[in-house]
Design a protein around this ligand. Sequence first.
Ligand code: NAD
Length: 484
Amino acid sequence: MTTYLNFIDGQFVKGSGEGFANRFPTTGEAIGDVSAAGRAEVDAAVGAARAALKGPWGRMSVQERVALLRKVADGINARFDEFLAAEIRDTGKPRSIASHIDIPRGAANFNVFADQILTASTETFEMATPDGGGALNYALRLPRGVIGVVCPWNLPLLLMTWKVAPALACGNTVVVKPSEETPATATLLGEVMNAVGVPPGVYNVVHGTGPGAAGEFLTTHPDVDGITFTGETRTGEAIMRAASTGVRPVSLELGGKNAGIVFDDADLDATLEGIGRACFANTGQVCLGTERLYVQRGIFDRFVEGLAQKARGYRFGDPFDGATTMGPAISAEHQAKVLSYYEKARAGGATLLAGGGVPDMQGYEGGYWVEPTVWTGLREDSPVVREEIFGPCTHVTPFDTEEEAIALANDTPYGLATSIWTTNLGRAHRTAKAVEVGITWVNCWFLRDLRTPFGGSKASGIGREGGLHSLEFYTELRNVCIKL
Ligand code: NAD
């Protein structure tokens, strides 16, 4: 049993909140205890972050900070296997995913934003004045201050460092509230921070749940200068309300109900490969995943059968076994949520092409398993087609024209991501421009250049992360006007 402590001012400390068990989703076994932070520890963490900002961290040059961030990346890589095991135990996700995506990206984020901050510039303007002397304006990029970082469980280290790395690169200090489901890698990162010499108080971690607990204590704390959040849209609304007191800025990466659009001229094999991942990877627990598919009528039957085959091809089991390709849902609660939609699809008269239930998992009966599932035949107003399920499932609807596909894809309150599959260049450009989302992929999915803007429109979020866009959120620009 591991006990996950809070990490405050460079020390691992017990919390005064109500602790809880950490479970291995593959078996349901309790494998750890999480020591939850109460209000006192959240206060202490925010205080430590403020002190570090005024202390050594605030006095460091960009070059010194960057050198430390690169050491953090090296420190994660040096303990790669420990981070990998911790992430797998928290999530049940297969080693093949965590070793290729979660941990390498977790480390890479520190190098990416070290590079970004070194090359970031600000604007200058010369202006004329009536006396002929003129004036010079230039902008200073200053840290925002203490940043509250609230994270989800689906890509724990990756999404947390996607915020922490640029926040630190810009000279801020952070208090991180990892998801209650996945406390391990954020805690382990505290050890790396100490080992490489990041000053105490720069990186702090408080554990616990959201409402009435660490999440709420942090986001309502008056001495937090900005809040960055990834998670559900409803939680984002609560955090935005909390941030309105004191008019504090928020960056919100929220839920989605992402559409895939497949035209009849698409390369069918490549499309099935890409869409298969978009629907089922990480047990469908990817914010960018595809839960609605619109497929042109001429290839509809062939496509649906091909996708059902992909769904049937996954291998469930021990996530540490390299042959396992699909893990369980994150928790019993989330499994029940996903299965409730499977039941709604059945009750709504869906045609089931693959999955639809719980796989037979001898030896892993206590795990939170759900089958990858493909349906057709539901109306567009079905909750299965409208609401984010966050499971390995998708509904496929036929369409005839480009206009119809775009209208169907846009008929949602969300606006995170779309993938478009076609070999017609003009159609690809037109459709990419017409879909109301923050991220569009053409003939690919989840292909990420970390310098590009990342984020959602409509109910999927506010702001963009990635490259310079992250620096915009984590810095305050101050204009200096000098009369010459
Ligand atoms: P969640 O909103 O339930 O929880 C996220 C975090 O917020 C957790 O740490 C939780 O403890 C905390 N929290 C909950 N209520 C809070 C409150 N009132 N005040 C402060 N903190 C609170 O989300 P989740 O279930 O962990 O993650 C899944 C969701 O995240 C999905 O909706 C998914 O689409 C979304 N997501 C979005 C992106 C993106 O980039 N847009 C990426 C990954 C996940």
